[in-house]
Design a protein around this ligand. Structure first.
Ligand SMILES: NC(=O)c1ccc[n+]([C@@H]2O[C@H](COP(=O)([O-])OP(=O)(O)OC[C@H]3O[C@@H](n4cnc5c(N)ncnc54)[C@H](OP(=O)(O)O)[C@@H]3O)[C@@H](O)[C@H]2O)c1
Length: 214
């Protein structure tokens, strides 16, 4: 697939690198330094390049939105028309201090994004895991037992695309249902963040759902 990365920081930089290593064509965009985007592309391999958000979005089979909530309008403005596109978002609707959700319970960041992009197919994915665990999960991707990642969305094709990207990174995709489930998965991320960043055990944390039969 051709994947446009909108926001090449901790999440976008790492996920884009892993998508490229899994064989996808990747365009890294939206960082404050063009040098950083070029370096990311070089390290990610021959199928990656740096570009502007408009180039990342053009012809992409999927775009990954990975910016702070306060930058969403800016990056979408630069990306241009995303009609018909699969938009995978890991962006969380956090306040400026990153201490709390600014949208929750009756809506979610992913649903607000879908309202902002009514002609795109939004899937919420990857937001429930810390960036620090991504490379470790990718390294172990051929193991039979893999950690889970929740995803949700309203468009079947877009969900299929997101699920295959989740698998490529090394997680087991767990379909949480329609996009409105993001109003529950997004707060779950704050539990994960607490376990990752506010205990002494380190941020390399993933989770796994299991079905237990009697
Ligand atoms: N980090 C995590 O573990 C994690 C986990 C789950 C969900 N999330 C969510 O994922 C989203 C991205 O998080 P992140 O940690 O990857 O953030 P980040 O590291 O700050 O990356 C954001 C990207 O946006 C770029 N950017 C910011 N302001 C800009 C501007 N004015 N012009 C151009 N580029 C600009 C940054 O540029 P620079 O590279 O120059 O800084 C960076 O590439 C957030 O919504 C966050 O809540 C993060």
């Amino acid at each position: 697939m051709q994947i446009g990365i909108l926001g090449s920081g901790l999440m976008g930089g790492k996920l884009g690198t892993l998508f490229a290593r899994a064989g996808h064509d990747v365009v890294f965009s939206y960082a404050r330094s063009e040098q950083k985007l070029k370096r990311l592309a070089r390290n990610a391999g021959p199928t990656a390049r740096a570009g502007k958000p408009g180039e990342a979005a053009a012809d992409a089979d999927a775009v990954l939105l990975a910016v702070h909530w306060s930058r969403v309008n800016d990056v979408l403005g630069q990306a241009g028309d995303l009609s018909g596109r699969v938009v995978v978002t890991c962006s969380m609707p956090m306040n400026a201090a990153d201490t709390d959700l600014v949208v929750a319970h009756t809506s979610s960041g992913a649903e607000e994004l879908a309202t902002r992009l009514p002609r795109s197919h939004v899937v919420s994915a990857f937001n429930t895991v810390p960036s620090e665990v991504l490379f470790g999960v990718f390294k172990r991707r051929r193991r039979a037992v893999r950690p889970s990642v929740l995803y949700c969305g309203d468009d079947a094709h877009a969900k299929k695309v997101a699920a295959s990207l989740i698998s490529d990174v090394g997680f087991e995709p767990v379909d949480a249902g329609p996009l409105r489930m993001a109003r529950y998965t997004e707060p779950f991320t704050l539990v994960i963040a607490r376990l990752a960043y506010e205990t002494k055990r380190g941020p390399e944390l993933a989770y796994r759902f299991e079905r237990i039969r009697n």
